[in-house]
Design a binder for this molecule. Structure first.
Ligand code: ATP
Length: 490
């Protein structure tokens, strides 16, 4: 798929105009990189979350879901390494005072080189950056920026500070107990949902009598004080993650890593993302907890970017929590190891994680769905529409029920259909405006099916069903509507 030149800006405006996404606190000129989901956005987001939750928990007998709190004991983040390591290298421009994430600054410059046909120079630059990042060589990174004369986009100067680490966790105070040490009251807003799963590993394993391999899934808010937060809901300071930790025998991690890598790509395709717009990208610099990591990238309107991460996290997290809590976090495996003919016995499980941002998945679906269409009608005149081709099973509203006129008993018949359908799926009732205008509005919000009740309905019980994607209109029995829609969204 090729995006139109203004696709992304048009999409952002469309989301606001039709109640998908609003800037947070817009009344007060907004809060940077924080967004509110409106009446349609909240429903689409819920449908995506439900789809993920069902695929993880209901469709896998050995994966269960939990809902852990956002606040956690501060030692959790010491043990997980986030207090010491969850940071990005950043650099400030001394003239504009603007702060950049070093990798973003260099990547943007590489994009400019590519746009000017200097592909090889761009590739060399990115390779040099990856090598320096992998070694945490901050002086080297600064030198690379200076050697390439990379400028600040505001001041247009190369007057840079040294490269420094910037921790991305938000801190707040817990309770109102005065202590001598102000650090005693610090809690963090979780920067990932995963730790809520790790600290509940034993609770879930014991109470659910789970046998390895098994998974724990969770969806919920996460918070990161991103240095450069931009590109709409792609990079936010408050966002939602859908994560699953799969607990496995030590030594089997590469097998499960490959398995989940393939499974997750297949899942994205199953919800309507074309395979050709997804690709894998192996991590060069591994996070402090990982022995292998890959991103599933999607071709967004602003380029290929990470949608989901699959990480082989070893036994790092469980071992760290055992160490810091001074409690034993192990699993007794009484299956027989064929190589020794003895039970596997006690061990700290390894973990393969799948982690997808719900907001990024949302952005993926709406980027793909938004289209401005123009065509010539049979009488030679031009026509156009804006349509959101959201896959029917994800669309916020499934069916619009539209009486042709506001009288002659048509609204009553339409209400009957509404009563019949509304407990099974989201319906929308509208009797205002000409029917063509109502269809266009439903196209713009992505409603896949419209049903019009007219005078003929009174005579023979038939209605017109109109399909969003090809604008086909077909006469069917009103009694068949519910099953047709159920079938398409099933
Ligand atoms: P990036 O490299 O884009 O900063 P990351 O590698 O730090 O992302 P992970 O820690 O692997 O991201 O988080 C898992 C998923 O959470 C990501 O694949 C992404 O979909 C989502 N995510 C991470 N940070 C944000 C954010 N600031 N806003 C929205 N979604 C995010």
């Amino acid at each position: 798929m090729t995006y139109s030149q203004n696709h992304f800006q048009d999409l952002i405006a469309h989301c606001k105009e039709y109640g998908y996404i609003f800037q947070s606190s817009e009344l007060y000129d907004g809060l940077s990189a924080v967004y509110d989901y409106g009446q349609l956005g909240a429903q689409l987001k819920k449908n995506l979350r439900d789809e993920w939750w069902k695929s993880m928990t209901q469709l896998h007998e050995n994966i269960v879901g939990i809902d852990a709190a956002i606040f956690m004991h501060p030692t959790v983040w010491k043990a997980s390494g986030h207090v010491d390591n969850f940071s990005d290298p950043m650099i400030d421009n001394k003239d504009s005072k603007k702060r950049y994430r070093v990798d973003h600054l260099i990547e943007n410059f590489a994009d400019e080189l590519k746009a000017n046909g200097q592909d090889q120079k761009a590739e060399d630059l990115l390779a040099a950056m990856d090598a320096l990042l992998a070694k945490d060589d901050f002086a080297g990174l600064k030198k690379l920026i200076e050697e390439n004369a990379i400028k600040c986009s505001i001041s247009k100067t190369c007057n840079w500070t040294d490269v420094r680490q910037f921790n991305l966790m938000f801190k707040t105070e817990f309770g109102a107990i005065a202590t001598d040490n102000p650090d005693d009251n610090i809690v963090y807003l979780r920067p990932e949902t995963a730790q809520g799963i790790f600290v509940n590993f034993l609770n879930v394993q014991k109470t659910g009598r789970m046998k390895i391999p098994f998974g724990i899934a969770q969806t919920g808010k996460a918070f990161r004080n991103e240095i450069v937060a931009r590109q709409f809901i792609f990079r936010m300071r408050e966002f939602e993650q859908m994560e699953m930790q799969y607990f496995i025998r030590p030594g089997s991690q590469m097998q499960w890593y490959e398995y989940w890598k393939a499974e997750r790509k297949k899942w994205h395709e199953s919800i309507g993302i074309p395979g050709g717009m997804l690709r894998y990208h192996d991590h060069v610099k591994l996070a402090h907890y990982a022995d292998a990591a890959v991103d599933i990238e999607f071709e967004f309107p602003f380029g290929w970017k990470e949608l989901e991460g699959i990480h082989s996290r070893t036994d790092f997290d469980l071992s760290q929590h055992a160490k810091y809590s001074k409690k034993k976090i192990q699993y007794f495996d009484n299956d027989i190891d064929p190589t020794t003919n003895k039970a596997y016995g006690n061990y700290t499980p390894f973990v393969v994680e799948t982690s997808v941002g719900l907001d990024r998945l949302f952005l993926t679906i709406i980027s793909l769905s938004y289209a401005e269409e123009k065509w010539t009608k049979e009488d030679g005149t031009e026509d156009s529409r804006v349509v959101m081709r959201i896959p029917p099973k994800l669309a916020p509203t499934k069916l619009a029920i539209l009486p042709l006129v506001k009288k002659d008993g048509l609204p009553e018949l339409a209400r009957e259909l509404m009563e019949d359908c509304k407990s099974s799926f989201m319906c929308f009732y509208e009797e205002k405006d000409a029917i063509g205008k109502r269809y266009r509005r439903m196209d713009a919000i992505g409603t896949p099916f419209c049903v019009t009740i007219d005078h003929q309905t009174k005579e023979d019980g038939t209605v017109t069903i109109r399909y969003r994607d090809d604008m086909r209109q077909v006469r069917i029995a009103m009694s068949a509507v519910k099953n047709i829609v159920m079938d398409k969204i099933g």
